[in-house]
Design a protein around this ligand. Structure first.
Ligand code: ADP
Ligand code: MG
Ligand code: MG
Length: 935
């Protein structure tokens, strides 16, 4: 057949192992038409037919008429099909019957329409009966009238149901005849015209109706939510019918080559005997599991298995197929890449790579970071009921949580119990650093205020917990121990369920469906491949040894940010840090610091032990000191209380001092106040203590035979002089320490360490070259950098960000996805300048953006060495980093043919060969290389 005519033609034929189109022509032939052509070429049993291209549909939708040359092409194609089938459309005996099927280039399952059995009329119905029997013929006619009536003439389906209800049940044949009559009457009554008896008129009207179904409400809606273009149009496939309604040896089925919800490699299909078309999907009759087919028609079953495995091998992807059995003979009617759950995507991608069906690169590209997110978060189980949420807020951290309400952090700890045996949901107007212990005890947080980057949200994502913020209509009363949520009043201890993926709050104790955990073997394998092919390393932010444990378990390649002050918030330390702040004399301050040192040192030792041989970046103290003290109101109240009771003079004095100190430290804009490196310059003794604690910890674990790689990071620098000042202080402290005698029993022991800065003030980004000359590494703190570049306060910005996003003033929340134009260009030029000034410098990203796929792609483009994210985001970040590396790496093979049915990640190229930079461990397909061999 001549393919050269392509371009001017509208119709492509397929039949008897030959086809004019093929699987690559989805744009022209629609997914369905292309798959039928491809299956025909493969020699699979497919009824012959032809496909009218999407171009004809576009022409029709634009001009309101069929293309002039289509009529002639259609006639000639029909003539060809009649010859192929040795039947005639409208023939008196054994007439040719057709299905008229819709099919766009993107799969929109069930959105458009299909009409079966086109070609039956009052005169050839008896001739059709000869083919099998009378009931079959009448049943087919009834179906045609109903489909034609509803699709072409737009008569509502329920009108047909009503019409068939009135039919008497005396014998199958008689009642079918009556149904046909009443359908014909219904059609004439509703459309003002009788059902067309001319088969060509039926066909033409059916084709037009399918074209027009492109614009039906369902299809439009589908395209809106899936953001697919409006102007593609649908192809129309006209195909010889095969009949699943011949009797018990016939039937129709649908299936998947692998389980679409679990991904397990086992054909998953359903079959309905003596049925046609959509009977299965319509759910009127319960289909039988495919095992039944194996029993009743073993030969057909075996053939189905062979054919569908071939399809999967050919398309190199899980297939969703439709088939019909006509008197024991199998026909394939459709195949396409199967839509499947995130879990199934993960498992099938990994298993297909291991089977050698696809490359590991392809396996990686077939799973998206949001798939992993879905796989990893536990979900509420609604069963079959529709539940009404009692409140709705921002889905700030995904996952779900079911627990008992606690209104304060202390109550949360108390209610949770010593071993956190009871799940607690912490409900607050908003959270702050004081609530950390309660947040640690809780399984989820619900706040009345705050946005997706509020304290509660950031902490939740860090902890991998579910969180809903900004849920209006929530009023907590901590004294009464009650919270009002809309019209409901809950007491502490009452049950509440949160759906963090949608922001919905439900009363009561819903059950949780556990997700596959981090230990899912397919996830482990995929992420191992991901790390092996990433040019950008993924580190983790870890504030506590527990965080570090999780990071190490998820194979973080280092710790990019340890916020030391988070260690202070624990109850046993807060007292020390407070007495340090409140110290009235240098000596008292020294004493307080001396008591903090061993506590910090012990924490650092733990961090180093969990990350042997990997860099651990410890940030020196950052927040304004008042964060460690009570608020002025609280301090005032406590003092008033004490005075009222009035006896303990010493206590009153202490509280007076506390209040005074709180007032002294109060700043009108603390986020831009005495914090970060400024704090260390004003109070160098704090830095000295921290540096000593870090290096002593490193030396101690070294003595245990563990290699510690401490990286000391100075936060919030703005100018190079600050850096010089603090670097000198750090180096001097280290030198002093190393010179100390009898440090862990040995004299003059040393350990390597690096000093770096956090770039989070725009001025520092602008002066990155000068700063780079003074340090070993720099890490962009993109949260603060975004805050300070925009001048948006991270804690309050949601109040106007929502409006900005609605109005399109901002395309996305810059605290979630890096703002490429502004903040991003600052980072870009800073990276360039820094590398020029100091070629050895190591550059990373810490901050929430390090866990965001779109941002990771950007950072990787800039050539940073690593991104660091919270441990819970590691899998997503590792996969994103791999995707970006695959897309950026030059591929070896020039000729890239995209396998059919495979949708590529945007901007990614694909090849069977691996990008040349990818380490050789990844090239060998030896499955024996376990995940640990990388470290
Ligand atoms: P959809 O896009 O809604 O799946 P289809 O065009 O695939 O619509 O048609 C729906 C069903 O109609 C098919 O699954 C098949 O059972 C039946 N069908 C379509 N064409 C034929 C045919 N040529 N012979 C027999 N049944 C057919
Ligand atoms: Mg179909
Ligand atoms: Mg910061």
């Amino acid at each position: 057949m001549d393919r050269k005519r392509a371009g001017s033609r509208y119709i492509y034929r397929f039949g008897h192992a030959q086809a004019e189109g093929d699987g690559s022509m989805g744009e022209e032939l629609g997914g369905k038409g292309a798959s039928l052509a491809e299956m025909t070429r493969l020699g699979l049993p497919v009824p012959a037919g032809f496909t009218i291209s999407t171009r004809a549909c576009r022409f029709y939708l634009e001009q309101g008429a069929m293309p002039p040359s289509l009529e002639e092409e259609l006639e000639s194609a029909l003539g060809w099909l009649e010859l192929e089938q040795a039947q005639r459309l409208g023939g008196e005996r054994d007439p040719l019957l057709l299905s008229v099927r819709s099919g766009a280039s993107i799969s929109m399952p069930g959105m458009m329409d299909t009409i079966l059995n086109v070609g039956i009329n009052d005169t050839n119905i008896d001739g059709l009966a000869v083919k099998q029997n009378v009931t079959f013929a009448l049943d087919s006619y009834r179906r045609l009238l109903q489909m034609f009536g509803s699709v072409v003439l737009q008569i509502p389906k329920h009108a047909f149901d009503q019409a068939s209800e009135g039919v008497s049940r005396d014998g199958e044949e008689a009642s079918l005849r009556q149904t046909i009559l009443s359908f014909q009457q219904l059609i004439e009554h509703r459309s003002g015209k009788p059902f067309p008896m001319d088969p060509r008129a039926q066909l033409r009207q059916a084709v037009v109706a399918v074209f027009e179904s492109w614009n039906n409400d369902r299809a439009r809606h589908y395209r809106r939510i899936h953001r697919t273009p409006e102007n593609g149009g649908t192809a129309v496939t006209v195909q010889a019918m095969v009949f699943g309604n011949y009797g018990v040896n016939s039937g129709t089925g649908v299936g998947f080559t692998r389980n679409p919800s679990t991904g397990e490699k086992a054909m998953f299909a359903e079959f309905l005997a003596n049925a046609q078309g959509e009977d299965i999907v319509a759910g009127i009759r319960t289909p039988m599991p495919i095992a039944e087919l194996e029993r009743t028609m073993p030969r057909v079953y075996r053939k189905l298995r062979t054919v569908t495995s071939r399809l999967e091998a050919h398309y190199r992807d899980v297939q969703d197929f439709e088939f019909t059995v006509q008197n024991g003979e199998l026909f394939l009617l459709q195949t396409r890449a199967a839509k499947r759950s995130a879990l199934a995507k993960l498992r099938s991608a990994v298993e297909m790579a291991e089977e050698g069906l696809i490359s590991r690169t392809e396996a990686l590209l077939r799973v998206t970071p949001s798939d992993l997110e879905e796989v990893l978060s536990p979900q509420l189980d609604f069963g079959n009921v529709e539940l009404q949420p009692i409140a709705k807020g921002l889905p700030a951290s995904p996952g779900s949580a079911v627990g008992q309400v606690a209104l304060t952090a202390d109550r949360a700890v108390e209610l949770a119990g010593k071993h956190k045996q009871s799940p607690i949901i912490l409900v607050r107007q908003e959270t702050n650093a004081d609530d950390i212990h309660g947040m640690d005890a809780a399984v989820g947080f619900l706040t009345a205020h705050g946005g997706a980057t509020s304290h509660a949200a950031v902490v939740a994502r860090g902890m991998g917990k579910c969180c809903i913020t900004g849920a209006g209509g929530i009023v907590t009363d901590e004294v009464a121990g009650e919270v009002r949520i809309g019209e409901h009043t809950l007491k502490e201890g009452d049950w509440l369920s949160l759906d963090g993926s949608t922001g919905r709050v439900f009363p009561g104790q819903l059950t949780l469906r556990p997700s596959e955990s981090f230990d899912n073997p397919f996830l482990t394998k995929l992420l191992y491949w991901a790390r092996a092919c990433s040019l950008t390393a993924v580190w983790a932010n870890a504030d506590t040894p527990q965080d570090a444990e999780r990071a190490s378990h998820a194979s973080a390649m280092g710790i990019g940010l340890c916020r030391t002050e988070h260690m202070f918030f624990a109850k046993d330390r807060l007292a020390h840090i407070r007495s340090m702040i409140l110290a009235s004399s240098p000596a008292a301050r020294e004493r307080a610091l001396a008591s903090l040192l061993p506590v910090q040192q012990a924490d650092f030792e733990e961090l180093f032990r969990t990350m042997p041989g990997l860099p651990v970046t410890i940030r020196l103290i950052d927040p304004p000191l008042h964060e460690f003290l009570p608020t002025e109101v609280a301090a005032r109240e406590e003092l008033a209380q004490a005075r009222l009771q009035g006896t303990d003079v010493e206590n009153i004095q202490r509280l007076e001092e506390l209040l005074l100190r709180v007032q002294q430290l109060s700043e009108s804009n603390p986020m831009m106040g005495l914090r970060g490196c400024r704090l260390g310059i004003v109070h160098p003794e704090i830095i000295v203590m921290q540096v000593r604690a870090i290096l002593r910890a490193a030396l101690r674990v070294k003595a245990e035979g563990i290699l510690a790689l401490p990286e000391i990071m100075v936060p919030l620098v703005a100018c190079v002089e600050e850096v010089r000042f603090l670097r000198k202080l750090i180096d001097a402290t280290a030198a002093n320490l190393f010179a100390e005698e009898d440090l862990f029993g040995q004299e003059g022991r040393r350990i390597g360490y690096r000093v770096g800065v956090m770039i989070e003030v725009p001025r520092a980004a602008a002066c990155a070259d000068e700063i780079a000359r003074e340090v070993d590494f720099m890490s962009f703190g993109t949260n603060d950098l975004t805050q300070l570049t925009f001048g948006f306060s991270r804690d309050d910005a949601h109040k106007y960000l929502d409006t900005y996003l609605e109005l399109g003033i901002l395309k996305h929340n810059p605290f979630v996805t890096i703002d490429r134009e502004g903040v991003g260009s600052l980072i870009r030029s800073a990276v360039r300048k820094a590398r020029e000034a100091n070629p050895d410098i190591k550059i990373g990203i810490c901050g929430e953006h390090g866990g965001d796929p779109a941002s990771i792609a950007f950072f990787a483009e800039l050539g940073v060495d690593y991104v660091s994210c919270s441990p819970a985001r590691l899998p997503m970040a590792q996969l994103s980093a791999a995707h970006t590396s695959i897309a950026r790496a030059p591929v070896k093979s020039q000729q890239e043919k995209v396998p059919h049915g495979l949708r590529l990640v945007e901007g990614a190229s694909l090849s069977h060969d691996l990008p040349s930079q990818i380490p050789s461990v990844f090239r060998s397909s030896s499955p024996s290389a376990g995940p640990t061999s990388l470290a």
